[in-house]
Design a protein around this ligand. Structure first.
Ligand SMILES: C[S@@+](CC[C@H](N)C(=O)[O-])C[C@H]1O[C@@H](n2cnc3c(N)ncnc32)[C@H](O)[C@@H]1O
Length: 336
């Protein structure tokens, strides 16, 4: 939330923010909100910053301002849990849900003033198809992720991330008003650091090794493992900047390496680490392997391997970072 508190007052030109008349409404959306507390905190931080900015202004249109908060995620997201467990009864904004993929349009044209997305944009819209093709140089074999994969596989993942970010930004460009702001937290990897030296990369590689063990023991078929790949990509800062700069609708206001994700502090035991990954990937794995017993077995094996892994025993040997990015919607005439 520090990113919002620091960047919003300095990047927002409140007087030029297009507002409807006679009833001005500011709309704020969280894309990939999930079911936890973070989206509520983000919306409330943005609203509070705006209220602080508006307080000294005497202009009548700011006196009657109303706020609308839009919580968006895939239709399979448990919006009931989010609203039942976390949405405060007393709040100074109207809340609604917008189910659907953030890679496409979700809101009316030029209706949105602020967008927020945290730890969601690394999810790809699909696994790049060439990595599943045995005849392609980008075939990924029995690996489920791009750590230690041939360059063609990494390139295919990177290109898919580029296409997906382009779709995300183009959809938001249509939905957002001129000079509206996007705040994003994107998990990434440090420049010049190989994925096998990042915590998240190592975790996914280790999970893949458990699936290979299960295939070797005949518990699942080799073909099933070969056809499973994770639709996740962690960009470097350079790559993220390039992808955003290719888009003609947004200025980069700032991009910062946010923090090292302290997984070993948040999840101190192999079992809790295993559970954390299971929560994130269970849906995908069940859908592909189709049997909950296999998933129980998989994550039991995974916790045993985590206990012996370098990223667990020596967390300082692995890096994990995310980027905080603030973008401003260009005025329509700037796109020409
Ligand atoms: C790790 S959670 C992040 C939750 C929350 N934003 C936070 O920071 O705590 C990632 C969320 O992104 C959502 N997600 C992934 N792909 C998506 C897509 N294409 N469109 C909308 N939401 C997506 C997932 O459903 C999940 O709820």
């Amino acid at each position: 939330m520090d990113m919002i508190k620091e960047a919003l007052p300095t990047t927002l030109d409140l007087y030029h923010l297009p507002l409807s008349s006679p009833n001005p409404i500011i709309r704020i959306a969280d894309f990939g909100c999930s079911t936890g507390l973070t989206p509520i905190q983000a919306i409330e931080t943005i609203v509070q910053c705006l209220l602080d900015l508006i307080k000294p202004i005497k202009e009548p249109r700011f006196r009657t301002l109303e706020f609308q908060a839009i919580f968006s995620d895939l239709p399979t997201n448990d919006f009931n849990t989010l609203f039942t467990n976390h949405l405060p009864v007393r709040r100074c904004y109207y809340a609604m849900a917008a189910p659907g993929s953030f890679h496409g349009r979700l809101l009316p044209t030029a209706s949105l003033h602020f967008a927020y997305s945290s730890c969601a944009l690394h999810w790809l819209s699909r696994v790049p198809q060439e990595i599943l093709d045995k005849s392609s140089r980008a075939w990924n074999g029995e690996r489920i992720y791009y750590v230690n994969s041939p360059a063609g596989v990494v390139g295919a993942y990177s290109a898919q991330f580029g296409r997906d970010m382009e779709m995300f930004l183009s959809a938001r460009a249509e939905e957002m008003v001129s000079e509206g702001l996007i705040f994003m937290v994107v998990p990434g990897e440090p420049d010049l650091v190989h994925d096998s030296q990042t915590t998240l990369g190592s975790e996914l590689e280790l999970l893949g090794s458990c699936l290979v063990d299960m295939a070797n023991e005949g518990i699942i078929s080799k073909a099933k493992v070969e056809s499973f790949n994770l639709p996740i990509y962690f960009p470097s800062e350079k790559e993220l900047k390039q992808v955003i700069s290719r888009n003609e609708f947004f200025h980069i206001e700032r991009i910062q390496t946010l923090s090292h994700l302290k997984m070993h502090v948040a999840f101190p035991t192999p079992e809790s680490r295993s559970l954390c990954l299971r929560v994130a990937l269970e849906g995908l794995l069940c859908h592909h392997f189709g049997n909950e017993l296999i998933i129980d077995d998989l994550f039991h094996r995974y916790s045993l391997k985590v206990a012996k892994s370098l990223f667990f025993l020596k967390p300082e040997s692995h890096e994990s970072i995310s980027f905080s990015v603030v973008l401003k919607r260009k005025k329509s005439e700037e796109n020409m």
